[in-house]
Design a protein around this ligand. Sequence first.
Ligand code: ADP
Length: 528
Amino acid sequence: MNRTVRRIVIILIILILLPAAFLTINEMVSLNQNEKVIGRIYANQLDAILYSVNQYSEDIMNSWASKIDLFLDEVPKLKAKELPATVDSFYDQLPSLYMVFVADSVNDDKIDFLGWNDENNFISVDYSHFSTEIHNLLEKNQSLVKRLFTYKKSGYRKLEPVETDTSEGEAILLFIEETPQGENRITGIILDPKEFIYRIMSPKIQEIAQQEFVISVFNRAENFQFNSSIDFKVREVQQSKALWIFPNYKIGISLVGQTIDDLVKQRALTNILLIGLLTIVLILGMWIVYKNIKKEVEIAQIKSDFVSNVSHELRTPLSLISMFSETLEMGRVKTEEKKKEYYSIISQEANRLGKIVNSILNFSKMEAGKRQYNIVDSYLNDVAENVYRSYKFHLEHLGFTFSLIKDESIPIIKIDEEAVSEAIVNLVDNAVKYSDNNKEITIRTGKENNNAFVEVEDKGIGIAEKDQKKIFEKFFRVSSGYVHNVKGSGLGLSIVKYIMDAHKGEIRLISKVGEGSKFVVLFPLSKS
Ligand code: ADP
């Protein structure tokens, strides 16, 4: 790599790629933090939803407590015969409610059951068994009851669930309320949690969940699970909390379709993909910039080579001309023969100068698209023959075997004779320049498919595969080996290419290093 190019690449890396890399790393780190924050926010939101379900069930239970309390106050005023039906209809209003009991204190050994008492035993069961059970329960939960009393004293009725270990799976909640007589009574609510969940909580849960979440209430020990939407398994619950009113149960929430983890991962993945894409675009951009700079540097190099090549080409004939004309001027040449020889050298060198200047002028005209072509009906063989004739003597003098092989069947074609002749001259000039020891040049004409062609073949140094495309670019010269010693402007083949483009023709090259080159210019034959 050229030193300038290398320096520019290093600057580019420092200026663009390093900051981009830092940015990417920083972005990745902050991405992780962001995802954690998002995860937390999501979790908090889900928590809030679970909280609202809990709150709702507690509110219902509190309103039941109030109703029960009111009813208990009413019971003593009822007539004995009304009692069974009234109690019955009261229980009917509160679905899932099994039974309400009342105790004066934790040690009360005569527990009253709503609807079951000594006088009006309208349900025929042996309640003494229940009575003992509740008695034991209250004794076991003394500290809880004490807490409830403390709350009550500060004017706040609190409802607390009691741990139960009955096989029926019922739930018991206690609260303390004042009787109309001003005494405190411990009231217990015994209910079926499953029925409560299905009948009381489920409509509300479905309303909260809608299509966005699945809210579940479950009890793993009893292998029970209620879900706000069907087809949902226990293990899929993402986040859960204890249900306040039934401590054996939990409420859980899950996003429909995707978990929070999925969402977070998906977001992280999208961001990483975007960053990756950005990096690729940056690298691509850098590569393009690098390519352009490299090309610019190459062109600058080629241009400077061109100037030095052309100057050299101009200087040689100029110095010869000035040297010989000065010698003549000073009258140092005595014989006519010598004078003639010097005049001929001066004229030859002036010709060479003219050729160089012409090719540069021609080239700049072509580049500007200003060259006019005079396309007329012509014989390609005649054009080739004219070039051959004008070079024959000169080339044979230089030791070349120079031949022309014509295909007489080529029809008249439309070309600019002068331009085509210039193209062939350029090819022959190159064949001469790059021939080294094997001095053999052939001009051949012919037909191929719908084309007429002229080819110039030499047995010279040949052109390496990698350079074969480049040699038609302006200023390009193969920079190594033999070519280095041969002077040239790097314009000859570009001029040939321009001329062939103007004829809608084509130029082809067949060449092998050390074996020679064959340049073929093809002209389309008109359909007529
Ligand atoms: P110039 O001959 O003035 O350098 P050209 O455009 O005519 O410029 O040719 C470009 C390059 O192609 C040459 O420098 C030379 O390296 C290579 N080249 C052209 N013709 C031949 C040939 N007949 N044999 C080998 N190399 C050639």
